[in-house]
Design a protein around this ligand. Sequence first.
Ligand code: THU
Length: 129
Amino acid sequence: MEWDELVEAARLATAHSYSPYSHYPVGAAAWTTDGRLVTGCNVENASYGLTLCAECGLVSNLAATGGGRLIRFTCVDQAGRIITPCGRCRQLLWEHGGPTLQVLSPAGVVSMDQLLPQAWGFEELNPSA
Ligand code: THU
């Protein structure tokens, strides 16, 4: 579960991007607690606001291949440069990785609770769970 493998998987995922509007392919990749590699790419829409970020595809892939938790994540542009997840996608990642998810960001490896401090999540809706 090396970071360079994750970066390469994310870079390869950009090849599947559908981004005729932004011309900005994004690839995302993550390891799961049970050792699966899940990936995603951005899929845009003529109604721009309906665009699916790469993280959306990754989370869908996570669920479709057995669910579980994310432990390491990164996303990259077409050149393989590490990018940082957008605000909405930080919330998606929080849901499936929680505060300890390790994220390889442009600033190095950070934990999810650094990227999304004071996050809203499952516990807020289920205080006694
Ligand atoms: N994008 C992602 O896929 N993930 C992010 O975290 C940032 C933005 C995509 C959405 C859109 O297709 C393109 O990048 C330009 O915003």
